[in-house]
Design a protein around this ligand. Structure first.
Ligand SMILES: Cc1cc2nc3c(=O)[nH]c(=O)nc-3n(C[C@H](O)[C@H](O)[C@H](O)COP(=O)(O)OP(=O)(O)OC[C@H]3O[C@@H](n4cnc5c(N)ncnc54)[C@H](O)[C@@H]3O)c2cc1C
Ligand SMILES: NC(=O)c1ccc[n+]([C@@H]2O[C@H](COP(=O)([O-])OP(=O)(O)OC[C@H]3O[C@@H](n4cnc5c(N)ncnc54)[C@H](OP(=O)(O)O)[C@@H]3O)[C@@H](O)[C@H]2O)c1
Length: 450
């Protein structure tokens, strides 16, 4: 990849973007500058925050699915102090944001490349370089004024974000080898757009992969602070209800992509019972199931870990039934790979079916050979009347949980297909517009995973 790019651009003239002005100074701090124990972003404003960041501990952690040709799934519970949360009570459908840590492997790689292994834990101060000519220079909000290199790379900077062209431009003078400099020049200029797409955008793990290609490139810590984005918290859907009597805990399920492990899922998988963690409650979205919704008929659709928010819906319904209240009908549509090996929370679902908290569960198994329904869409098509009744009835609620790129649009397409086959059929665009209105009115509720 490296030599191909060099060959392709041999002797070609490149018009480089202007070198960005540097503006951060990163220097040894006063020796008596202890770093906080809490996650370094614990006091920074968080996206969609409903509470401040809470310190919690892992009170339960189980691997619920693992084995051949399945994505491992873990079921994890954080216990926290209700007073810290200011009395906040989460609702079914809500999410938390988990403050994460870059992997040790990535952090060690950067420390080694920057020749900082022996100084990784020394407190340093981050400030605006008095010599800079950059206007309105600011230290990013997510970088503390005093920090060690190790913790800066662990907790503050996204080491796997796709490097922007300006960062690559800034890296050019940091490479001592001519070929490395030329490679970086190609990637940051307009003429090298295709090479940038191939080598930086589509492949690898951001800065880490890029630096592996240019071994003589040793950027400064200040440069990385100037150019790397914030390591963002990741959202997870809460799988339990808030209960006064059960202590304050949040449960969620997450899957792990073994072939391409992510930052947070790697961090979460490495936790042990009792480990300290930092998270916050996010503001409720339209995807919420409240006491006032209990009487309504609901349809819930999800695949894999996308079943997890519905566990809290069902827990709320079960509690209402136990109090002698009546609840509307609830039907669940879920899809997994294998009936035997990856049917997530099967026992819980069965129990809810037995107690009446759930009226029916329609399951699809994508990788079983003897299955009639490969994907949930097939189950949905087979229950066309139910779906249409739910959407047309003013008291019905329709929930879908999944990623915004594939699952949510495909479920919407399936619903459009069903409605378009009605005798009084409308134009598909009109149906889409109608679903758009249902979303706005809070009847068609999506949990949008990225
Ligand atoms: C509102 C909302 C709620 C969410 N709720 C949940 C939830 O309850 N459970 C849950 O597991 N996730 C949930 N997610 C997704 C979650 O926030 C993370 O994006 C996910 O866990 C990956 O984070 P990461 O830091 O490990 O991956 P990153 O380091 O951000 O890397 C992402 C890349 O890693 C790969 N990747 C990592 N893990 C997976 C995986 N399991 N499947 C496919 N590709 C993967 C992908 O290639 C992806 O491009 C939710 C997302 C949103 C927006
Ligand atoms: N981007 C991320 O980092 C990330 C992380 C976690 C979860 N998610 C999203 O969250 C959801 C659940 O994730 P997961 O890892 O728990 O599930 P998963 O194991 O990837 O998939 C669960 C089931 O859904 C099936 N499926 C795949 N594509 C589908 C489609 N287009 N329509 C219907 N079913 C489909 C799978 O079938 P096959 O695999 O056999 O085709 C499998 O049976 C997914 O939407 C996933 O994309 C994204």
């Amino acid at each position: 990849m490296f030599s191909e790019v060099l060959q392709e651009f041999a002797e070609k003239e490149l018009i480089l973007p202007t070198l960005p002005l540097s503006y951060i100074s990163f220097e040894l701090a006063n020796k008596d500058s202890p770093l906080p124990e809490a996650h370094l972003q614990a006091n920074v404003p968080q996206p969609f925050e409903a509470t401040k960041v809470l310190e919690a501990h892992v009170s339960k952690l189980t691997t619920v699915i693992e084995g051949e040709d399945v994505k491992p799934v873990h079921d994890i519970t954080f216990s926290y102090c209700q007073a810290d949360a200011g009395g906040y009570r989460h609702s079914p459908g809500d999410t938390i944001g988990v403050l994460c840590y870059n992997t040790e492997e990535d952090v060690e790689f950067i420390l080694e490349r920057l020749n900082l292994q022996s100084k990784g834990d020394v407190p340093c101060s981050v400030a605006i370089d008095a010599r800079t000519t950059k206007k309105a220079a600011k230290v990013p909000l997510f970088v503390p004024a005093v920090v060690s290199c190790r913790r800066l790379f662990q907790e503050c900077l996204d080491l796997r974000a796709v490097p922007k062209k300006l960062l690559i431009r800034a890296l050019v003078p940091c490479a001592s080898e001519e070929n490395d400099r030329r490679f970086l020049e190609v990637l940051c200029c307009k003429e090298g757009n295709a090479a940038y797409e191939r080598t930086v955008f589509q492949k690898g793990k951001g800065l880490i992969s890029l630096l592996r290609l240019v071994p003589s490139c040793r950027p400064t810590v200040g440069l990385l602070i100037e150019h790397l984005p914030r390591l963002m918290p990741r959202p997870y859907s809460i799988a339990n209800v808030y209960r006064e009597d059960s202590g304050t805990s949040v449960r969620f399920l997450f899957s792990h992509n073994v072939n391409n492990p992510g930052i947070t899922t790697s961090y979460l998988r490495g936790l042990e019972k009792g480990a300290k963690v930092f998270f916050y409650f996010r503001q409720s979205s339209a995807f919420v199931y409240k006491d006032t919704d209990l009487q309504r008929n609901i349809i819930m659709i999800g695949t894999g870990t996308g079943v997890s928010p519905y566990l809290s819906f069902l827990e709320l319904r079960a509690a209402a039934l136990a109090r002698g209240e009546t609840v509307g009908r609830a039907e669940l549509f879920v899809g997994f790979r294998y009936r035997e090996r990856s049917y997530l929370c099967e026992d819980e679902i069965k129990e809810y079916l037995e107690t009446g908290a759930l009226d029916a569960c329609h399951v699809a198994f994508s990788r079983d050979t003897d299955t009639r329904h490969k994907y949930v869409q097939s189950q949905i098509r087979e229950r066309r009347d139910l779906i249409i009744e739910n959407l047309r009835n003013a008291h019905g609620l329709f929930y879908v949980c999944g990623d915004s790129k594939v699952l949510l649009p495909q479920i919407m397409d399936t619903v459009v297909e069903l409605l378009a086959a009605e005798p009084e059929k409308e134009d598909r665009e009109d149906i889409r517009a109608c679903i758009g209105r249902l979303k706005k009115d809070g009847k068609y509720r999506e949990d949008v995973w990225l």
